[in-house]
Design a protein around this ligand. Sequence first.
Ligand code: ZN
Length: 229
Amino acid sequence: MDLEKIIDILDNDYEENFTYNQWSYQRFANFYHQYEQSDEEFNHKIEKIKNLILDLGITDLHDIAEQSGCAYDECILKISYLKNKRIIGDYYIDSAAGIVALCSEEDQKLLKKYQKSIYRFHRSIEEMAEALSMTPEQVFSELEYLDNKKLLNGIILDKVDKRIIYYTVEKHLKEKYLVTVSCENCGALNDVKVGSKVRCEYCDTIIQDKTIENAVIKIREKYNKKNSE
Ligand SMILES: [Zn+2]
């Protein structure tokens, strides 16, 4: 697995937004530890949900579930999936109150501030803090606010380690691919899962694979260049 391939995977995933299919929906559900069976009505249900929310302005989740032929939880998961695909834009899901509604202008502004960092560049919290001249704690608390309102998609905000886990990265890369990394201390070659750490087999030094970080940097350079042209 080389850097170019990883750049392609991360970048294509962004380009694949705005299209949906059952297979990607099942993968999405899986990331959130939910199991979704295959369903002949999948396309019909999705179209119906889109229509109810975007065209008819229905906000009541129970109504949407009933009219689209979904179970309640299934309906919420499908809406989250559509949000993740950026098909349903700046809406928030309030499952306690049972509504899905367009968020306030203030929230939309806050969302805009982070959208590119998250969806295009897969930035870490530290990187966002640096780019925005804020402290990582401030960034985390704003992200937590957006996350609590379910306005962020395709990520898990890890509240213990205060970091972002990206769906794209986890889905495609982690656990699946090995790369060979040479130990900084003794130079021995070790197999490491993409994006993770191991101890060197020979000298016990911690070795970390940086392929994902490097891929993200390359993607960033590519789009910065495009924007400045
Ligand atoms: Zn070593």
